[in-house]
Design a protein around this ligand. Structure first.
Ligand code: GLY
Length: 368
């Protein structure tokens, strides 16, 4: 794999490309279909200047290009902000062939995807993620959504974009802790499908933990390929897995059952990548206790995740709260807890309704 821009195809009923590389942001304008007369760029305040530059580039070939500024982070994912976007689109005369661009982190791309999916029952969407987490997870795979008072991502739909452009130049200005948290999802892809990711991190973890590291482009590309292949086979996370067999999209949930519970218990003040890092160690311990994973593989989780600065323990005495939160998770089916586990590196499986005793023991093993 090279440092040159690469194109990862996402196959399926509505195929699209993910373009990854330095300086590829210039390709966004070229990706707007000819049929579009109007373009709306949804962005957070922190990207106002860059959104304006993008607007100017696209305006060279399109008669009407507007920017819609939305709040930073999770505050963007509300029905009020979605309604604001619908109002602007309506007042701009947005038609079925016009294009919405989501330009920002995962919250912006989730909101932009939801707005594009719902306006006139769906207008073309281009995602331009600017954080590591959004590049390797939120912007790829077509999940869109907003939050309600009852929880995160409870309203949304599957709506694939027509193009995703990951300009790695954006990562240089990402706060270090956000970059490392994004690595949590990258490393997850290493554990569930592509162990070469783990080897690249292990080669020089300090370098891997920075955007300037020698393997950043390859790590992003490999993680996007993992996600692209998974969603191509099971876009809508079919209950019971895809028709052809296998776990399907649920595999992307490795580490997320406990990870989501930690996020909930911590009032969503934790970074997602940090929470799923602990969740992956928990899932590995669970699999070990169920007699399905080796001690060496569990240790590899601790070694790789902690080597880049991700947490691998959680405070003791919180089990009841975490357990309650896991039971409320939207992935729980009929009140039975489900975990993606590994039976070996890159060999995922499902553990359903584990013995409560091993849940408590696994928690003991990750407690600090
Ligand atoms: N973030 C998990 C998924 O896209 O399915």
């Amino acid at each position: 794999m090279s440092a040159q821009p690469v194109v990862v195809p996402v196959r399926g009923d509505a195929p699209y490309d993910v373009v990854i590389g330095h300086g590829v942001g210039a390709g966004v304008a070229a990706g707007v279909p000819e049929s579009a007369a109007r373009v709306a760029i949804i962005h957070p305040p922190t990207l106002r200047e860059q959104a304006e530059s993008l607007r100017n580039e696209i305006a060279a070939s399109k008669p009407s290009v507007i920017t819609i500024e939305v709040p930073d982070g999770e505050k963007a994912k509300s029905s009020a902000v979605a309604e604001y976007c619908w109002t602007v689109l309506g007042q701009s005369g947005f038609t079925r062939t016009d294009v919405v661009i989501g330009f920002g982190g995962g919250s912006t791309t989730d909101l932009a995807g939801f707005v594009a999916a719902t306006w006139l029952r769906g207008v073309p969407l281009i995602q331009v993620p600017t954080t590591l987490l959004a590049m390797v997870d939120a912007a790829v795979g077509g999940k869109t959504g907003i939050n309600t008072a009852e929880g995160k991502n409870l309203v949304g739909c599957f709506y694939p974009p027509i193009l995703v452009v990951c300009d790695l130049d954006h990562l240089a200005t990402l706060p270090p802790l956000d970059f490392v948290a994004g690595l949590g999802e990258v490393i997850k892809c290493g554990f569930i499908v592509d162990p070469r990711i783990l080897a690249l991190v292990q080669e020089d973890p300090i370098a891997a933990a920075t955007a300037a590291g020698p393997h950043t482009a390859e790590l992003v590309e490999r993680a996007v390929r993992v996600k692209a292949d998974v969603v191509a086979g099971d876009l809508m996370e079919v209950v019971g897995g895809p028709a052809g067999g296998g776990i399907g999209r649920e595999v992307l949930n490795y580490g997320h059952t406990l990870g989501h519970a930690i996020e909930r218990v911590e009032g969503y003040r934790w970074r997602h990548g940090a929470a799923i890092s602990i969740g992956m160690v928990f899932a590995a311990e669970l699999s070990l206790l169920a007699g399905r994973l080796s001690e060496d593989a569990v240790q590899l989780h601790r070694d790789v995740l902690s080597s880049v600065g991700l947490p691998v323990t959680y405070e003791s005495g919180q089990w009841q709260k975490l357990h309650d939160a896991m039971r409320l998770d939207k992935k729980t089916r009929a009140d039975v807890l489900r975990f993606v586990i590994l039976t070996d590196i890159a060999k995922p499986a499902i553990l359903e309704g584990p013995d409560p005793a091993i849940l408590v023991s696994a928690y003991g093993a990750i407690s600090s």
